[in-house]
Design a protein around this ligand. Sequence first.
Ligand code: FES
Length: 160
Amino acid sequence: MAIPAISDQDFDRLTRAYPSDRRYALAVMQDMQRRYNYIPPEGLTALAEYLNCPVAELYSMATFYKALSLKPKGNHIIKVCDGTACHIRGSVNLLNGIMAALGIGPEETTEDGEFSLELVNCLGSCALAPVMVVDGVYYGKVTLESLPDIFNRLREGAAV
Ligand code: FES
């Protein structure tokens, strides 16, 4: 997987809307995450310089917030719920099926950079257990048989 880097021009574009004030650190990092699917190390360093704050402060924010990642994520983020209701209704089987289909484990990304897998707690849709969320779209009562079709459509860029 090609790891995207951040150029000086990109950084200028990202920070254009934000004053040089550490109050905006999280907002800029969220923009970086959206743009690159992670926080590039050079982006963190450049931001620390721009905001005149220690890199360590930004680093701790980047590791604290689950929405931010210091490791490149895939184009599609799959979140499998392992809350109680989903666990009882087969989330472990679902997770195993996804791992087998994609060849990755939780917190990993496929070689082609298409998918990242995360294991999460209750997604608030227990009646639909087992539940997974892909790019913010909820899938309820997911079966192993439905996975290939879902992944193929995502790979093809079709709305699922
Ligand atoms: S336990 Fe999975 S949605 Fe609630």
